[in-house]
Write a protein that binds this ligand. Structure first.
Ligand code: G6P
Length: 602
């Protein structure tokens, strides 16, 4: 789980690479490194730590050369330290490379290479690739041939950037099950794990497919198949992302910016999907057996989707964490199964594996994805995009509410095809959905009040989030946001469960946050809030009902909204509360400890 950037042109490569690495830090940030090349040699500097710190400590901006590659790492093999940081080199120091992914057969390759006299410096799986290329060079006519022969021996996932000291006019980039996109400039070219890394210089992109590599010079690029060396013609796309979208736009953190972008993101998700959901609904209408697979926040979106699907389309999807689905449901998947995979990144290893399994069993696979061109979109039979734009904060915010938008639209359209809900009700929901961005804007005005609330809660050690029906996943997602970035223990659960155990944990002053939109179970939920209060809990309610004012210690007033649409505005105060608590506790909400944005390992 790492980020790669490469540059070749007329600028000082180190400058382009450092900027790119900062934009890729969300992919991993325990160590980083750069290799540049000039006519003379390769120059490598790398170490454990954040990019800003390494720029100072290792004087990264003093590296000479107009071509180079950089890497930001999230350790999978070998602890994060200076030696294990990328780039890695062969024995001669002429081949250097950076890698995102995992080489599954590295141990056996390493044994063979050790027997042939290669000396290894690191504990990484990556280093074997450099030595393997060095070994193949002995019997190859060109570096490219050696590289191809070496890479064909690898099992696993890899996106690679490769530089060879003796070829000062080019770099190599390879993709196999890890993302890699080329940026096409004028007299300069780029490659990276993700578009924002080079968006400042060009928005003309080419997405490599699995099993392809690119030979890239400042005035040329050639894309070839790894298996055969055959040239592949690929179109140049224009990325719709602007640099401003990929930067903080004046907010102190990406997460806060992304929370505030939600009205825009939801609007884009609606506009971008009007035709797409019609088409998708037609294609999935015949499936009665439906699984929804996802992880983390995307899983919570799936849980909300379940309520909407069953209420409108009268279909009851089984929502499973992708990591569980793979092992528990294999025998139940067949040609009559629909699997809906929800994934922001389109890269989560467990979700991809679940999708692949579903495909193998003949199921129809629909993906709801944010990152265009990501792996999930390549596996799926059809894809709906969330159109949220790049999400840099590790904790998902705008991608969650846009996933909910797409799921709602899909359920409405499916109900229309199936005739399971009256047209009048569907129209009412469509109108309501179009108003959700305004409701979110209204909720965002509570920001200062939520910060004040956070100040009073900053020393609390446990939080409980409760809800009923469609608000249970909102409670779970609120708790997840708090855990992820503030490091405060939190549980999200159905209010009905409170009495069956968790109530024993309530003591004087423990915050209980109730997600309480108006709907058929509000009275019951109010009863649960009272029970918690009677045990000394500090009760905080989100809702629009007058009755809540009497029971809750603090009420966050929400605009009235259809219960089925409530998960979108109702998560927003919980995102803000978590954000402020994280900041007040001195944490960086964009880069929570031990977590990464895309979990590309199982
Ligand atoms: C990681 C991220 C979460 C995300 C989850 C699933 O845990 O930190 O924010 O919800 O992965 O990611 P996906 O890209 O598949 O939605």
């Amino acid at each position: 789980m790492c980020g790669i950037i490469g540059y070749i042109g007329e600028r000082p490569a180190c400058e382009v690479i450092v900027k790119g690495l900062k934009r890729l830090e969300y992919r991993g940030y325990d160590s980083a490194g750069i290799v540049t090349g000039d006519e003379e040699a390769l120059h490598i500097r790398k170490g454990a730590g954040r990019i800003d710190e390494l720029v100072e400590r290792l004087k990264l901006l003093e590296l000479p050369g107009k071509r180079g590659i950089g890497h930001t790492r999230w350790a999978t093999h070998g602890v994060p330290n200076d030696i294990n940081a990328h780039p890695h080199t062969d024995c001669s120091g002429k081949v250097a490379l950076v890698h995102n992914g995992i080489i599954e057969n590295y141990a056996e390759i390493r044994e063979e290479l050790l027997a042939k006299g290669h000396r290894f410096k690191s504990d990484t799986d990556t280093e074997v690739i450099a030595h393997l290329i060095e070994e193949e060079l002995k019997s190859s006519e060109s570096f490219e041939e050696a590289m191809r022969k070496a890479l064909l021996k690898l099992k696993g996932s890899f996106a690679l950037g490769i530089i060879y000291a003796e070829e000062p006019d080019r770099l190599y980039f390879v993709r196999n099950e890890s993302p890699l996109v080329l940026g096409i400039g004028d007299g300069e070219n780029f490659a990276a794990s993700d578009v924002p890394a080079f968006l400042e210089y060009t928005n003309r992109v080419i997405f490599l497919d699995d099993g392809e590599y690119a030979v890239v010079g400042k005035d040329f690029y050639v894309i070839k198949k790894l298996a055969t060396g055959e040239v592949v013609e690929k179109p140049v796309d224009e990325s719709g992302w602007t640099l401003e979208m990929a930067e903080k736009s004046g907010y102190p953190h990406f997460m806060l910016k992304e929370i505030h972008e939600q009205p825009r993101a939801i609007r884009d998700a609606i506009h971008g999907n009007i035709d797409a959901v019609k088409k998708a609904a037609g294609e999935i209408a015949r499936y009665e057996k439906i699984f929804v697979v996802a992880m983390g926040t995307s899983y919570h979106a799936g849980l909300v989707g379940k309520y909407i699907f069953q209420r409108l389309a009268k279909r009851i999807p089984i929502v499973e964490e992708a990591s569980e689905f793979r092992y528990e449901f294999e025998d139940l998947i067949d040609e009559d199964t629909l699997v809906i995979a929800i994934t922001q990144s389109g890269e989560t290893a467990d979700t991809l594996a679940a999708m692949k399994l579903a495909k193998k069993k003949g199921a129809k696979v629909l993906a709801i994805v944010n990152v265009v061109g990501s792996m999930a979109t390549r596996i799926a039979d059809l894809t709906l995009y969330t159109h949220a734009g790049p999400e840099i904060g590790v904790a998902a915010t705008k991608t969650y509410t846009t996933q909910l938008t797409v799921l709602t639209m899909l359920a409405i359209e499916l109900a229309r095809v199936l005739g399971t809900t009256s047209e009048e009700r569907l129209k009412e929901l469509e109108e309501g959905l179009r108003e959700v961005p305004e409701l979110v804007e209204e909720v965002l005005r509570h920001d200062a009040a939520l910060r004040e609330l956070a100040e009073n809660l900053v020393n609390k050690r446990d939080f409980f989030y409760i809800g009923r029906g469609i608000s249970v996943p909102t409670a779970m997602e609120g708790a997840l946001k708090l855990k992820e970035i503030s490091y405060i223990h939190a549980e999200g659960l159905s209010a009905g469960e409170l009495k069956h155990g968790p109530l024993a944990l309530l003591e004087e002053g423990v915050p209980v946050v109730a997600v309480a939109p108006s709907g058929k179970t509000l009275d019951k939920l109010i009863g649960n809030i009272e029970e918690a209060k009677a045990r000394g809990a500090l009760t905080i309610a989100l809702g629009s009902s007058e009755a809540l004012k009497r029971v809750a210690d603090t009420l966050i007033e929400m605009p009235p909204v259809d219960e089925l649409l409530s998960p979108m505005p109702y998560i927003v105060p919980l995102q803000l509360l978590a954000y402020h608590l994280a900041v007040l506790r001195g944490n960086d909400p964009d880069k929570p400890r031990n977590l990464a944005k895309s979990v590309t390992v199982e």
